[in-house]
Ligand binder design. Sequence first.
Ligand code: FMN
Length: 199
Amino acid sequence: MKSAIFLSIIIALCISSGCPNAQSISSKKILIVYLSRTNNTKAIAEIIHNKVGGTLVALELEKPYPENYQATVQQVVNENETGYLPPLKTRIDSIQNYEVVFVGFPTWDMKMPPPMKSFLHQYNLSGKTVIPFNTNAGYGVGSGFQTVKELCQNSKVLEGFSITGGMERDGVYFVIKGEKAKEAETEVKKWLQKIKVTE
Ligand SMILES: Cc1cc2nc3c(=O)[nH]c(=O)nc-3n(C[C@H](O)[C@H](O)[C@H](O)COP(=O)(O)O)c2cc1C
């Protein structure tokens, strides 16, 4: 199963980029980085991890956001206005060793959350394949995937995956469980096949 996955990644990379070092891709070369406050994006990251392997990393901040939702929204709006990049507590060793980087984040303020912007500014993903994924409250990814392309101009950015998660504003927190988790798994599987990461 795993070898079929790696083979598919190799083939996808060959088709898309003329086969640079494709033979060396293995799960050791896959990084899955995600931001998650109420665990919905985490659940999608875990589904992806289950299917492709690799290293799974949650982004944490030096100074976490407030627990209060409205206070968090206000802080995020201010950070977006000023372009503030919150410092990350998370450190990723040897980013140069990874060739495929999944980046997962919730929609915040119809944008990519500032901590994911911090990650994409801090780590050089040039020459790598970048694969975004997202959860949101039903309003979509907003400008998030576009921002991935803007911040990863020297990467090959594949088509992203987006799914409805929680709605913290209305007291709906973690929803990707039970039937919804099964549906999400089916959707993720289809997406990974479509972008030729798995067979
Ligand atoms: C600060 C903040 C802002 C948000 N803004 C939006 C938004 O603009 N549009 C949207 O659809 N959902 C928005 N949401 C909801 C989240 O995208 C949604 O609940 C997502 O599934 C949360 O993912 P998580 O459980 O991984 O944290 C916001 C949530 C927070 C905490």
